[in-house]
Design a protein. Sequence first.
Length: 282
Amino acid sequence: MNKAKIAWITDTTSSLSKEFIEKNDIHVIPLHVVINDEFYKETIDITQEEFYERMKNEDGKFQSSQPSINDFVELYEKLKEEYDFGIAVHASSVLTGTYQTSVLAANMAGFKLYAIDSLTGSYPLSFIVKRGIELVEQGLEIEEVVYQLNALRDHTRLFLVPSNLDQLHKSGRVSGGQKILASLLNIKPILAIEEGTAKIKDKVRSDKKAFAWLIKTLKEDLETKKVQKAAILHANDSKKASELEKLLNETFPNLKTEIMMLITVAGVHTGVGTTGLSWVCE
């Protein structure tokens, strides 16, 4: 019996490296960022660095938008000629309609698709994709692969600390009064992606206290679970990311770390200078 040809599909919120995408023949659909009503395909028409520089230096409206259904239909029409079926892992369906659009497009194209709503994005999403490829290479049945990847969603951690509330205010996530109060008191909310949506976990008054909170939360998981690597995320503030990585390396010398740029569709809401920490419990 011939081995099934499987297509892997994801979107640009997965933060997968160009090398990994090419090596594993992954099909990546870009989301859009919108600057003053002008659409840009994420990582194609505009780099993450360019986006954050413009957000920092330009006045205007910065938004995000999901891919068009035509982008997916066109891809799936092509894939059904080359592959037996596909496995798609997408960003949280609560935060973007990308997952729903992907599923609808596969049905329209008549392409058999196993779709996974990661309920997250960024580093945890990339981890789920990589784990799925590993499981397929190990010879697991596709139903078991999908089951394990869905189960993995509950073990992902993604925390973000906006540098200020300006962009959260512009995107309608906080009121003007909250923004003013937070600015006066230098309050920083700590956001977590849980059950697919952003939740405020705590509020602190400095980066130092935010970093201490993140390290404490990671330590709690390390005491009972296996964590191989932590990803430090930043919205074009590599200095602050390096400071957090240094603290992590001092506190957990055996833990691998990686610094990653925060996906721009998240940065649209949290703003330039956001720092984050993410890991997956295995």
